[in-house]
Write a protein that binds this ligand. Structure first.
Ligand SMILES: NC(=O)c1ccc[n+]([C@@H]2O[C@H](COP(=O)([O-])OP(=O)(O)OC[C@H]3O[C@@H](n4cnc5c(N)ncnc54)[C@H](OP(=O)(O)O)[C@@H]3O)[C@@H](O)[C@H]2O)c1
Length: 165
């Protein structure tokens, strides 16, 4: 089982503005969509789910099998209470690769629990002074091996790392 985290970030490590705005490029969106269509599933936090649902983004990325992590009790089979439960649900469904796609709070708990194997970061040409960080505050240190860099456009670079365990 391979767990892959995929995120667009500013050059200073933010994944959205405080108001949830994400001014990412078409090239970034295309690259993310292709990865979702390849892996065919997503694990996301409840806030990211609400935003993607409102913007009707699931249809645009090929309606992946989506698991939402939330502490709330929901009467829906694809809402779970922890990252481990999300992984187990997708394992049961027969997936061998899993895509984790934000937001910062969810990313942070996956990372802190050592559940991520690889990470793609699409670095967009922005700095935000304030916003939502790639990883919400949590005490961990992760060592990385750089597997590949790819230029997605004149201004956007993709970093692909393996997490060293
Ligand atoms: N740049 C990108 O590629 C990208 C990708 C995705 C999202 N985003 C942005 O990220 C922002 C949202 O990030 P966020 O950090 O505010 O929220 P988030 O991680 O999407 O969702 C947070 C919620 O998810 C649930 N959750 C997260 N970790 C959990 C855990 N370990 N156990 C149980 N429940 C857990 C909780 O839901 P309950 O409150 O229901 O308990 C929590 O309040 C948005 O602005 C979005 O646009 C950016």
């Amino acid at each position: 089982m391979k767990v892959i985290l995929y995120m667009a970030i500013t050059a200073n490590g933010y994944i959205a503005k405080e108001n949830n705005e994400t001014p990412w490029s078409n090239e970034e969106w295309k690259s993310f969509s292709e990865k979702v269509k390849e892996i065919k599933n997503l694990i996301i936090g409840r806030k990211t789910f609400e935003i993607m649902d409102k913007e009707k983004e699931f249809q645009k990325i090929g309606n992946p099998f989506t698991v939402i992590v939330s502490n709330k009790e929901e009467n829906s089979f694809n809402f779970v209470n922890s990252p481990e439960q999300a992984i187990n649900l997708l394992k049961q469904k027969g997936f061998s690769k899993i895509l984790v796609a934000g937001g910062g709070m969810l990313n942070s708990s996956f990372m802190q629990k050592g559940l991520v194997d690889e990470i793609y970061l699409d670095v967009e040409p922005f700095f935000f002074g304030k916003g939502i960080k790639l990883f919400a505050n949590n005490d961990f240190e992760t060592k990385l091996e750089l597997l590949e860099t790819k230029q997605l456009s004149k201004n956007t670079i993709q970093l692909h790392y393996r997490i060293l365990k």
